[in-house]
Design a protein around this ligand. Structure first.
Ligand code: AR6
Length: 167
């Protein structure tokens, strides 16, 4: 598997699947989630609503992932995953690693070859970027997957530098 790093906006990436740092409601929010729904259009939210009604009435659990159409985004699918809120008193790193693993598992079921990830949990959910980058890279490197390229799309220079120094 190739791992590549890009600094920029994930909604501008051409990929088979873009991963969304969603929340368990699947009904949108700020950050990457807001950008994906804004740029992708209402089709994505409609499919999220259907998923809630059919399967995730109680919400998508933290660490799990589910796919929808990508609407108007330059991708075939959006894979929504729910990162953990960072906690100073409890180690939730297994849940953050699970987001990457489960997203790649869903990507395999779709047959996605190129998957773009944001730095999950490092915005609203306050995970320190250096630690999040280590967990993300470890999880992806240890995953058993047919995905050929994982592209991390880092929004700012600090996040990019955190991933680059580890890679
Ligand atoms: N492209 C790539 N990265 C981005 C973009 C973008 N367009 N926008 C922000 N980032 P966040 P979380 C970076 O807050 O911490 C939402 O409200 C950002 O700089 O999007 O997992 C959801 O609905 C940061 O490094 O996700 C949830 O309620 C990273 O993406 C909650 O936020 C993740 O920041 C999820 O919080």
């Amino acid at each position: 598997m190739d791992i590549t790093l890009v600094q920029g906006d994930i909604t501008e990436q051409r990929a088979d699947a873009l991963v969304n740092a969603a929340n368990s409601s699947l009904l949108g929010g700020g950050g990457v989630d807001g950008a994906i729904h804004r740029r992708g259009g209402p089709e994505i939210l409609e499919e999220c609503r259907r998923l809630r009604a059919s399967t995730y009435g109680a919400g998508l659990p933290t660490g799990q992932a589910v796919a929808t159409t990508a609407g108007r985004l330059p991708a075939r699918w959006v894979i929504h995953t729910v990162g953990p809120v960072h906690s100073a008193s409890e180690d939730r790193s297994h849940l953050l690693a699970s987001c990457y693993r489960e997203s790649l598992r869903v990507a395999d079921t779709l047959g996605a070859a190129l998957v773009a990830f944001p730095a999950i949990s490092t915005g609203v959910y306050r995970w320190p970027i250096d630690d999040a980058a280590r967990i993300a890279l470890d999880a992806v490197l240890q995953a058993t997957t047919r995905v050929a390229e994982v592209r991390f799309v880092l929004f700012d220079a600090r996040a990019y530098a955190a991933f680059e120094s580890l890679l």
